[in-house]
Design a protein around this ligand. Structure first.
Ligand SMILES: Nc1nc2c(c(=O)[nH]1)N[C@H]1C(S)=C(S)[C@@H](COP(=O)(O)OP(=O)(O)OC[C@H]3O[C@@H](n4cnc5c(=O)[nH]c(N)nc54)[C@H](O)[C@@H]3O)O[C@H]1N2
Ligand SMILES: Nc1nc2c(c(=O)[nH]1)N[C@H]1C(S)=C(S)[C@@H](COP(=O)(O)OP(=O)(O)OC[C@H]3O[C@@H](n4cnc5c(=O)[nH]c(N)nc54)[C@H](O)[C@@H]3O)O[C@H]1N2
Ligand SMILES: [Mo]
Length: 764
């Protein structure tokens, strides 16, 4: 009997032999170098590893597929501007093992689904297009031509283009992303959910409304010049390691750092730059001046406590707020202040879970600073009140006039290496009308003005059989999305699921009636086309667009670039009725960039400017105090305290990344900086919460979440006593996505609330 979709979607529940030790007090240094070399050695040959390490993030080299942190403008390390986890990302992509017809003939889909994500990822690079026929147990090879035709037939057979969903993950380059959204719009829908919906969507919503641009406002240079950097809900040592070098510079220039996080993440404490031999010997830099161990989702409360005390001081001394800035550039101060006054300081502080002593330390650092940067990531964006979290961050910056000047501003730290660029060039289910008008002017078809499905809406639509074809440009949809069992059924309800991928992942195993795998080139590989090797481009977290060009030979001659895949699908689907010569683009990506230059603001002379080895900055209103909001000013906002209360026995759980994973790609089974080795099925708990439940270290438990009367359950996790606030706990994603309710998401942004899930812990 074949496995049900929900069983294939779940990660296997067996243990891999947990070992724990005290978490280290310092990050990077020798451990990181050892770990990156061992990853490179294990999966790549030495020549390739060396070639890559010399070209990564170098001018004229390729953009690291690891994260979206920007490259220094002037002084890139000759050793290679890389980090341990960047090295793991490229070792994973550039591994020398490939899988094709033989592998899939040997392993049935049901068998592969019983493998762990770690095993699935280590099977090798996908090397040829594969097709899973209806009712078949194994994928079989298919030619590109037949595969494109199949997609076209399915899309053209739908009653309405809105019955198809086109997902994007944030590694897709600007060129591929632009063509993809163009195809989707010409086909007739705006169903363009993307990983950003699960990531920084809440930042985009809050920032657009308050500052008129959905992106951050600072550059690396600002970070170096800030008097104070606050790092909130972010674990840079693991997820943006090169940020630590920037923070070290902030400190060297006299800046202070406050970290706000339920976990004392090692990287927030102390850092040793692996590229500085002297630092390696002398033991590194202390990073955080104040560490605030906040309770999960206590951020609005903590900010309100700060704002109340700042207001009190301003009323006393009159020199805390930047009144000139407020007067000239902002709107809504009076309403904001009168609302703030309705809150009680003690209540807010209590709700934040922070002691008065630590509050005072943080407050004193903020009080007189005029150049403040606030950085944040998923710890703020993945809550039901995520948009409020970020609007409250903006309130603080506005009071301090800390926006649109050197050393000050917003810094949402993006995840995927081109997630920001994808949105800029049109991957957006609710794109602005001005953009759609430009498409119409340029191409002569009228894109639908109806908003398309976000990730959550897409899942519901597939579940309810309103959407019948799922196409994924990159990513690992089933493992990334919430509510695994429901979402698996949603995919299984489709007529066709298609994934454009570099590596095998669980989404290839939880399929519609028919399924296709399209293997594509990765960032590290040379992209040969008719007019020669192609360059592509990406935008980093700070709005700099730069080129990326692979250096290795493709791992198989049957791979296509993402651009070529999109052109192939578009041609096969729209043939005859398209206004666009799709196949021309794949021969010469300069043509794509010429189009982007015409359609997307900020890209004039794209092809010429891309030749600048450091890339170019996109316009950013907030940076120059031009706030493109409804009021044409920066807006203060009014935010409520979140009102959830835990039931007796309930804990609030955040799903986080270990040090050895990139989202759903599991590089290894260790989480070195948290002292966890060889196991992912663990739950970090406060030791008092363990005692009150009579739980021992490494005891095996099952976890349940209840939401609107529905109970979700996962089995087999080992308890680890950890330095985490009471009533809070943490597990790794994707293992616990099963527990994340689909209907628990950020208001207005629909980011799944995967950092605040109420659970109960049960002995087995
Ligand atoms: N190596 C590596 N690099 C990556 C990724 C990866 O998986 N691996 N993923 C990439 C992607 S797509 C993204 S979006 C980023 C993610 O980067 P991060 O956001 O750093 O990733 P998370 O592991 O989700 O960590 C969230 C942090 O927020 C804290 N936190 C959780 N809840 C709260 C809260 O309520 N308040 C506060 N103040 N803090 C909280 C957690 O303790 C944790 O330190 O990294 C990118 N870079
Ligand atoms: N519970 C919980 N869930 C979460 C999160 C969380 O913190 N907690 N985080 C959310 C966040 S922030 C994000 S961004 C999403 C991530 O969601 P996704 O972006 O969908 O997931 P990834 O794991 O990054 O995708 C990995 C797959 O991408 C493919 N791939 C890698 N490189 C390339 C490439 O160059 N081209 C193509 N075509 N494919 C490639 C590989 O096949 C690989 O298996 O997950 C979200 N889900
Ligand atoms: Mo992300």
């Amino acid at each position: 009997m074949s496995l049900k979709a929900k069983d294939k979607a779940k990660t296997p529940e067996h243990f891999t032999n947990l070992k724990t030790q005290e978490p280290p007090k310092n990050t990077v240094g020798l451990g990181a170098i050892k770990s990156s070399i061992s990853h490179a050695n294990q999966y790549m040959n030495t020549g390739d590893a060396l070639k890559l390490s010399l070209k990564i993030n170098q001018k004229g080299g390729f953009d690291c597929p690891g994260c979206a942190w920007p490259d220094p403008d002037d002084e890139r390390s000759a050793l290679g501007e890389y980090c341990e986890n960047g090295m793991k990302a490229i070792a994973e992509e550039a591994q020398n093992k490939t899988i094709g017809a033989d592998f899939f003939a040997q392993h049935a889909v049901d068998e592969l689904a019983t493998w762990s994500d770690f095993q699935i990822g280590k099977s090798g690079r996908l090397s040829e297009p594969m097709f899973l026929e209806e009712g078949a147990t194994h994928y079989k090879p298919i030619s590109w031509e037949a595969a494109f035709k199949k997609v076209g037939e399915h899309l053209n057979a739908l009653d309405n283009p809105d019955e198809a969903v086109f997902y994007t993950s944030g590694r897709t380059t600007n060129e591929a992303a632009f063509l993809y959204q163009l195809f989707v719009r010409e086909y007739g829908t705006a169903n363009l959910p993307d990983c950003s919906n699960m990531c920084h969507e809440a930042s985009g919503s809050a920032l657009s409304e308050t500052l008129g641009i959905g992106k951050g406002s600072v550059t690396l240079d600002d970070l170096y010049k800030a008097e104070l950097v606050m790092v909130i809900g972010q674990n840079p040592a693991t997820n943006h390691p090169r940020m630590l070098s920037a923070l070290e510079k902030t400190k060297k220039n006299g800046g202070k750092i406050i970290a706000i996080n339920p976990l004392p993440e090692a990287g927030l404490m102390k850092f040793t730059d692996p590229q500085s031999p002297i630092k390696m010997l002398t033991g590194g830099t202390k990073l955080s001046d104040v560490f605030v161990p906040i309770t999960i989702n206590g951020d609005v409360a903590f900010f309100k406590a700060l704002l109340l005390k700042l207001l009190e001081k301003e009323e006393q001394d009159g020199n805390v707020f930047d009144k000139e800035f407020i007067e000239q550039y902002t709107s809504g101060l009076d309403e904001f202040i009168s609302d703030l006054k309705t809150f009680n300081f003690e209540d807010c502080l209590e709700a934040s879970g922070v002691s008065r002593a630590i509050f005072d330390e943080a407050f004193n650092l903020i009080l007189n600073k005029k150049k403040i940067i606030i950085c944040w990531a998923m710890g703020l964006t993945q809550h039901e009140n995520a948009v409020d979290n970020i609007r409250e961050v903006v309130n603080l910056l506005l009071l301090k006039g800390s926006i649109g000047k050197e050393g000050a501003g917003t810094c949402p730290v993006r995840g995927h290496s081109n997630v920001q660029g994808d949105r800029t060039v049109g991957i957006w289910e609710s794109a602005p009308q001005a953009f759609l008008d430009k498409i119409e002017n340029k191409y002569g078809f009228k894109p639908t003005t109806k908003h398309g499905y976000s990730v959550i809406d897409s899942i519901k639509a597939m579940y309810e059989k309103k959407a019948k074809v799922f196409f994924g440009l990159g990513g690992n949809f089933i493992s990334a999305v919430p509510d695994t069992a429901y979402s698996a059924q949603a995919l299984a309800n489709c007529n066709l699921t298609v994934h454009v991928s570099t590596k095998l992942n669980r989404s290839h195993l939880v399929t519609g009636k028919e399924a296709l795998i399209f293997p594509c080139l990765g960032r590290t590989e040379k992209d040969y086309q008719k007019t020669g090797i192609q360059v592509q481009s990406v935008e980093n977290s700070m709005g700099i667009v730069s080129s990326t060009k692979g250096v290795l030979e493709p791992c198989s001659d049957k791979l296509l670039s993402e651009v070529a895949v999109v052109c192939g699908v578009a041609h096969a689907t729209l043939k005859g009725r398209s206004k666009i010569n799709w196949l021309d683009y794949q021969d010469d990506y300069n043509l794509v960039r010429d189009d982007i230059a015409e359609v997307v603001s900020g890209f004039d002379d794209y092809n010429t400017r891309l030749k600048n080895p450091s890339g170019f900055y996109l316009p950013n209103g907030a940076r120059i105090r031009k706030f493109n909001t409804k009021t044409k000013k920066a807006n203060f906002s009014i935010n409520k305290l979140p009102k959830w209360k835990l039931k007796k026995d309930e804990l609030i759980m955040m799903t986080i990344r270990s040090h050895d994973q990139f989202n759903t790609t599991i590089y290894g089974l260790d989480d070195r900086y948290r002292g966890v080795f060889n196991e992912r099925r663990i739950i970090f708990m406060n030791r008092d919460d363990m005692t009150s439940r009579n739980l021992q270290e490494h005891q095996v438990v099952n976890l349940k979440s209840e939401f609107n009367g529905v109970i979700r359950e996962v089995n087999n996790f080992k308890v680890i006593g950890y330095d985490i606030p009471k009533s809070c706990c943490a597990t790794y994603f994707p293992e616990t996505n099963v527990l994340v309710p689909l209907d628990s998401f950020a208001h207005t942004a629909k980011t799944p609330a995967s950092k605040s899930i109420r659970i109960t812990v049960h002995k087995t």
